[in-house]
Design a protein around this ligand. Sequence first.
Ligand code: SAH
Length: 348
Amino acid sequence: MNVETKKKDVRALTKEQLRGFFEAQGDKAFRGNQVYEWLWQKSAHSFEVMTNLSKECRAMLQEHFVINHIQVDQMQRSSDGTIKNAVRLHDGLVVESVLIPTKTRTTACVSSQVGCSLDCKFCATARLKRMRNLQPDEIYDQVVAIDNESRLYFDRPLSNIVFMGMGEPLMNYNNVLKAIEKITSPEGLGMSPKRITVSTSGVPKMIKKMADGEVRFKLAVSLHSAIDEVRTSIMPFNATFTLADLREALQYWYEKTKSRITYEYVVWEGINDTQKDVDALVEFCRFAPSKVNLIEYNPIDDGTFKQASNTALERYIKTLEAHGITVTVRRSRGKDIDAACGQLANKS
Ligand code: SAH
């Protein structure tokens, strides 16, 4: 291990702790505020740039701390405008994040873990397994990088964030929550929590914890089937966290937050494309106001899964609408650079 990695990341300190650190050094507590501002509002990558501090002060910080900032190693641009960042972490591991521009918004799709511990059969990230959780600032940095790209290439700030990159956010909940606190704080990016969506494959215990925390961001659940047998075959952890448990947790979520739930759903040929599958979904949507987002399948090269026919999709849309359930169809973006849902696997 090199010496640098033994030093503490200065960004793990709260503002109060930073102030305390300066006091302990016999300096003014106020310096802590200055450093904090450099770190969070100005996204400083080094102590060198903190020009309102003396040279000695910067050297002293350097002696005690590191700034484990992410590095955008490679940026790819899709023909549809989507941008994918390969993000190198301080220990050399790489995650990916995506900027998705539309006419009215710019959305950042960020990662919460390196790899993923779940084993969804249709997702490329699952093949990487989980290597480690991301730290709050590693999540925050991805957002800042995309915000900068949005300003540079599209002349506007980032408007939305979705936790739909690599990893299962609810398996790294504390760090995701800390990152969101920073993103929404006036000292960070000052974004409204209503513009942030956490997407989960459904960890009941954590959904309840979120509800208890009275969080104000939105929740999306990757459902893909409302029949246990089918869901377990494509998302094996469903054998442990069954649909009944998920439903109970979501009911609790809705009672506490009164926030509508979005279900993400891919329709595959021969897997969930019958009327029985549609009826089960309608039934599952009944207990709380919800919306279904039908996602186009992005092939991950092994041929087991195939996007269902338009007829099958139409059946879903018609039936859901007939039951008063809002349904949207999400076309994929950034497919040519493997930036679409479920394609993030550090190919390059
Ligand atoms: N672990 C979280 C977030 C990451 S996946 C979750 O499961 O929600 C983001 C979304 O992409 C999920 O809805 C997931 O089911 C979907 N997805 C995964 N692989 C896909 C693929 N190959 N094509 C389309 N969507 C996919």
